[in-house]
Design a protein around this ligand. Structure first.
Ligand SMILES: C[S@@+](CC[C@H](N)C(=O)[O-])C[C@H]1O[C@@H](n2cnc3c(N)ncnc32)[C@H](O)[C@@H]1O
Length: 299
């Protein structure tokens, strides 16, 4: 990460050392001096905002994140999430550029980290739920939203005649391609990919993906529209015990059971199954979640 100015880069490196050693106050001071040399350097602005937040200078951190956002409106570093957490507001979704960068960086160690450290099992939970809702038969067309490296595809492959997948992150899609189990893979946003489908699907899955979307209304409506008659929508979410949905400190959304139920009814789904399921851990502790299987209601 270079600012293009050697002196600024040296100051920046010194600030990072101070921050690493726990002196966020001094680090913020050095970063402010750095930015006098390179005022329009987005990464430097973001680092200053992060350091001010760490130093518990919330009211300085907020304008610092806003200054970064002016330089990088696509928000690849995720300032909007930080602002939402600092101001205790809940955004409707997370910026695409931020998610893409996050998962592009995460991709090489994704499966190892998820399966070994976080005991990830959303794909297996979804498979069991689908088997329960429809024990037999092959789905003619199945589509995997936010397919990542293909963990859910691998678990569902034998129940699908045709299997497609989409993910925002090109690096994650590379992992999915290597598995050679998908008939079609697309890099892009899941809503756009649904609109681009040649034909409707009779199974659409979202394994640990809706946690990156707060307001699920648009997503549920899009899935409903692209399901063939009688088709199933199977997904996991993290459970929120309050009303509606909330954003957690780990930058993942949680959704309440009532919210998911209400939305399913409003967007024309019958709930076949909606129950507690733990699909991952966080710091060794089970994260409460839900698994759902919805069926397009008859008109
Ligand atoms: C935690 S991973 C889960 C991957 C996969 N479903 C699995 O079970 O291993 C979440 C994935 O969702 C993708 N994602 C998040 N929001 C998305 C969106 N709006 N459109 C497409 N992919 C998205 C991310 O890039 C990431 O690969």
């Amino acid at each position: 990460m270079s600012s293009g100015n050697l002196t600024a880069d040296r100051r920046f490196a010194y600030a990072l050392l101070l921050r690493r050693d726990g002196d966020a106050v001094a680090a913020a001071e050095v970063l402010s001096q750095t930015l006098e040399l390179v005022p329009n350097w987005p990464e430097g602005r973001f680092a200053l905002a992060e350091t001010l937040a760490e130093a518990e200078r919330k009211y300085d951190a907020i304008p610092a994140y806003e200054a970064y956002l002016k330089l990088d409106p696509a928000d690849s570093m995720g300032a909007a999430v930080k602002l939402a957490l600092l101001t205790k507001t809940t955004p409707d979704t997370l910026p695409e550029a931020y998610l893409r960068r996050l998962f592009d960086e995460y991709a090489p160690r994704f499966e190892k980290a998820l399966i070994e450290k976080l005991k990830y099992r959303a794909p297996q939970i979804i498979r069991a739920a689908v088997d329960k809702a429809r024990p037999e038969g092959t789905f003619a067309r199945a589509f995997d939203l936010g397919c990542g490296t293909g963990l859910a595809g691998a678990v569902l492959r034998d129940r699908a005649h045709w299997l497609g997948g989409v993910d925002l992150s090109a690096a994650m899609i590379k992992g999915a391609e290597a598995k050679k189990i998908y008939d079609q893979l697309t890099v892009g946003d899941m809503m756009a990919a649904l609109d681009d489908l040649d034909a409707n699907c009779d199974l659409i899955v979202a394994a640990d993906v809706l946690t990156y979307v707060g307001d699920l209304a648009g997503g549920f409506a899009a899935v409903r529209q692209h399901l063939a008659p009688g088709g199933l929508f199977a997904f996991t979410v993290q459970r929120h015990d309050g009303d509606g949905f909330a954003l957690g400190a780990e930058h993942r959304f949680r959704h309440s059971l009532a919210y998911v139920e209400g939305l399913a009814a409003r967007t024309g789904f019958d709930v076949l199954l909606l129950e507690d399921a733990v699909s991952r851990q966080e710091k060794g502790v089970d994260v409460p979640g839900l698994v759902g299987v919805l069926r397009g209601a008859r008109a």
